[in-house]
Ligand binder design. Structure first.
Ligand code: CA
Length: 229
């Protein structure tokens, strides 16, 4: 029996906030709503939600700023909501550590599916797992913990899932599309550049020297591959 998951919805447009809240509640989640960035950060600090749905277009402190601030202190899963055409913001959001995104206008059902998929990824730690070791890098799958040379590396849920998928099959080439499937589980509208953003973050955290690719190698024109031992 798991506790009911709580979700913080950050959205300044009341009608959209209401629809999102209703659908998430109907899906069995506890939902609170913040209508600007400052109160979102305060709410995240005090109520510690299990996941944040964050509109990037907010008055005052914008969603990217909120994402950056949240990531300073927390690995809480974040789904950013962007306006159609704002691909640049979407990519920056992912680079700042957001786990997934939906594009307005979206169907509330799609958002619920994304939220569920993200929880499944985060809760993957409950499945019976194993230990993967490659050189100095160690992935403790059930604990969702990554260390390099016994030094812990903090990864977001998305970065962890990408690393795990690749490290389970060293040498296999993954296309960006396949890596997107790893993250979404379902084929939604998606952008392969999102994978590049996640991989960039992942490399920054696990590669021994900046600019080198000891673990996650680029396969030009195709995608990525985890280096064998
Ligand atoms: Ca807005």
């Amino acid at each position: 029996m798991t506790a009911m998951k709580s979700i913080l919805v950050v959205e300044d447009e009341p009608e959209i906030a209401r629809v999102i809240r209703d659908y998430l509640q109907a899906a069995g989640f506890t939902v609170s709503v913040a209508t600007d960035g400052e109160s979102a950060l305060q709410s995240a600090r005090t109520s510690r939600p299990d996941l944040v749905v964050l509109d990037l277009g907010l008055p005052g402190r914008d969603g990217l700023d909120v994402t950056r601030e949240l990531r300073r202190t927390s690995d809480v899963p974040i789904v950013v909501v962007t306006a159609r055409g704002d691909e640049a913001d979407r990519i920056v959001g992912l680079e700042l550590g957001a786990d997934d995104y939906v594009v307005k206008p979206f169907s509330p059902k799609e958002l619920v599916a994304r939220v569920r998929a993200l929880f499944r990824r985060v809760d993957g730690r409950d499945e019976p797992g194993d230990l993967i070791r490659v050189a100095d890098l160690e992935i403790d799958v059930p604990r969702m913990r990554v260390t390099i040379d016994d030094r812990p590396v903090e990864l977001t849920a998305s970065e962890f899932q990408l690393l795990l998928a690749m490290a389970r099959e060293p040498g296999r080439v993954f296309t960006r599309g396949q890596l997107l499937d790893v993250l979404h589980g379902v084929a939604f509208e998606s952008y392969e550049r999102a994978i590049d953003a996640h991989v960039k973050n992942l490399r920054r955290k696990i590669e021994p020297e900046p600019g080198t690719t000891r673990y996650v190698q680029t396969v030009y024109g195709v995608g990525y591959r985890f280096a064998g031992a």
